[in-house]
Ligand binder design. Structure first.
Ligand code: PLP
Length: 611
């Protein structure tokens, strides 16, 4: 039995009981029960479950840990935070987040005009809005409009030309003028696959020379009192604490220097994001070498130390953590459609009266395999298969013999695994490494786990049930796209073992955890598989409710989004049916209509058990 590393990645949010993975909150339902409830409404395909109580947990811990550290070190600045919308802009996430964040005056960060509009429409009234990213005049105008609406808005400059546009806009819009932040280009950078945002060659931020120029420009245009924040971001998922400390020392000193140059209203250091999440489900691999407590202690302590040393005010600490806040709130459930070796059943075996000797031998191996000879017979069967396939290529055996070979070898492998599972772990592992089961999942890897496709980032995965039984199959996971990259292959460094289930008798689902950050919006519509059906699970004193159910897009909606004229499509299809010689045209049209209004994922239900 394995617990799929739940103690490593779940942060106590999920636990295993009586063979099921359950939510560690209030009535503690199992994910299996929730999934079945949703499927009982007829929904098929992948399901993305959102848990707002986990958004709350992350926001609470971010604020409480920073405030604890502030108290511990008797720090004079305050802690404030915004959520970077780029991490998840989906309405059912954002509206929950904003609602939960109200008590902390938690704000939003926008990196584009569309994100800024979301921030302006949904942010809590007095909460901050920070505007990052490259900006044209229209984006700057939107920032001024946000300020006029009463939002505490800070426009963070990525380059000097943006500052010139702000100076122009200030003349046009006049007071109230948004606050101005300067993004600094640190020579410190993060490490890991998302570390490119920091360092001297990074795409973003002002060099020291540009910083000096920016301050001069602000002073000349009487805007220096609007300069309130410096900002840096050394990359996402910073797995080690050292680069964070290095960046803080650099930024802290820049802050102090700028203060001394007369930036009297500069009182915020914005650390950007980067707070890492533990994705690993394997004991020997860690994605993060620090805790939130260590992180907050280091930030507060280092900034205090620099401020005291340089005799400047202790700045307010501002963060834009996204991954840390959003990752845990979403769980993707993918139904298993097929185990490929299940094609190989005894029923399919069509032995002849006289079989080629090696096929006959395979059959004898299968019939006489037992715990003491299992490994030997397993090895023999693989050897025989090699020879039989060569014989087929040379034309000595026919397709029926080849099919019997494949079935017998798979039956022997299954028996060998079964017979050795309590006995010979080492040999069992060797079998598993060589012979994997392929699990076909009703989801798109490109749509739902794009970071695995693009960056090989792994997400914790486990079945929803059978967690009190030993998983015996080394698993590779296949999605339903017509693309061989849609696979999470079995990797000996990150081994995944699953159960040998008979899908004609029972359903089997896999859950991917920590998918709430970046995955939804980066997801690609490869083969036109779109966002999975999403459901928000809200807990109350009576149990839980399933809310905001948004089914995955229908085929017509997908085509509409692609700018097809769906009326034209439908009328073409109708005409083809009308002109065809087929009978029951009415019925066919009716069926077609229903099919066009279904979602694009496979609508496969478990086969009924024959009674
Ligand atoms: N702030 C900025 C400027 C970013 O570019 C990013 C993402 O890379 C973030 C915040 C969020 O980072 P994370 O999700 O690692 O907290």
């Amino acid at each position: 039995m394995t617990n799929y590393g739940i103690h490593l990645w779940s942060n106590g949010d999920f636990f295993i009981e009586e063979g099921f993975v359950k939510i560690n909150y209030k009535s503690k339902p199992s994910l299996y029960e929730i999934t079945q409830k949703i499927r009982d409404t007829g929904i098929r395909g992948p399901i993305l479950l959102r848990f707002p109580h986990l958004i709350r947990k992350q926001i609470d811990s971010l604020f409480s840990e920073f405030n604890r550290a502030i108290k511990t070190f008797n720090y004079k600045g305050k802690f404030q935070a915004v959520f970077p919308l780029k991490v998840n802009q989906f309405p059912n996430f954002v509206t929950s987040l904003v609602d939960i964040g109200k008590q902390y005056n938690y704000g939003l960060e926008a990196g584009s005009k569309a994100e800024l509009i979301i921030a302006m429409a949904f942010n809590n009234k007095n909460a901050p809005i920070t505007v990052n990213g490259f900006k044209d005049k229209s984006m700057i105008s939107l920032g001024f409009i946000a300020r006029k609406m009463g939002f505490d808005t800070t426009l963070t400059i990525e380059g000097l030309n943006e500052l010139e546009n702000i100076i122009e806009a200030a003349k046009e819009y006049k007071d109230p003028i948004p606050n101005i932040g300067l993004r600094i280009r640190l020579h410190s950078s993060g490490i890991g696959i998302w570390a490119k945002s920091g360092g001297i060659n990074s795409k973003f931020g002002l060099t020291s020379t540009e910083l000096l120029e920016a301050v001069e420009l602000l002073r000349k245009n009487s805007l220096l009192d609007k300069f309130t924040m410096i900002h840096f971001h050394i990359g996402s998922q910073i797995g080690e604490i050292n680069p964070v400390k290095k960046a803080l020392r650099e930024a802290g000193n820049i802050y102090a220097e700028l203060k001394k140059m007369g930036a009297k209203n500069l009182n915020n250091i914005n650390l950007g994001g980067g707070l890492a999440v533990e994705y690993s489900q394997h004991e020997n691999i860690h994605n993060r070498n620090y805790t939130l407590t260590e992180f907050t202690n280091d930030v507060v302590f280092l900034l205090k130390e620099i401020a005291v040393q340089k005799n400047v005010e202790e700045p307010n600490i501002f963060t834009e953590s996204g991954r840390f806040i959003a990752a845990s709130h979403a769980v993707l459930i993918a139904p298993v459609l097929e185990l490929f070796s299940q094609e190989y059943t005894e029923k399919g075996l069509k032995l002849k009266k006289k079989n080629p000797p090696l096929v006959q031998e395979l059959y004898d191996l299968y019939k006489s395999i037992n715990p003491s000879n299992a490994i030997e017979y397993f090895h023999d069967s693989l050897d025989h298969m090699e020879s039989l396939l060569t014989l087929f290529d040379l034309g000595y055996i026919d397709l029926q013999d080849r099919s019997n070979t494949e079935i017998l070898v798979h039956l022997i492998i299954k028996k060998a695994i079964e017979l050795t599972k309590d006995k010979d772990r080492y040999e069992l592992k060797r079998i598993q490494d060589r012979v994997q089961e392929r699990y076909l999942l009703n989801f798109s890897l490109f749509q739902s786990l794009p970071d695995f496709w693009g960056l090989k980032q792994r997400f914790p995965v486990m079945p929803l049930n059978k967690l009190d039984q030993n998983p015996t199959r080394s698993a590779s996971l296949w999605d339903i796209t017509c693309d061989s990259d849609g696979e999470i292959d079995f990797n000996i460094d990150y081994p995944l073992f699953l159960h040998d289930v008979d899908l004609s008798k029972e359903e089997y689902f896999l859950a991917f955890f920590l998918v709430g950050a970046y995955q939804e919006i980066l997801g690609m519509k490869h083969n036109l598989f779109t966002h999975p059906t999403e459901v928000t699970v809200v807990f109350d004193e009576h149990g839980y409710k399933l809310e905001n159910i948004v089914e995955s897009q229908t085929i017509l909606d997908i085509l509409y989004d692609m700018d097809y004229d769906i009326n034209e499509i439908q009328s073409r299809l109708k005409q083809y049916i009308a002109k065809s010689g087929c009978k029951n045209k009415e019925k066919i049209l009716e069926n077609l209509h229903l099919l066009l209004h279904e979602n694009n994922y496979l609508k496969i239900s478990p086969k009924k058990v024959a009674t």
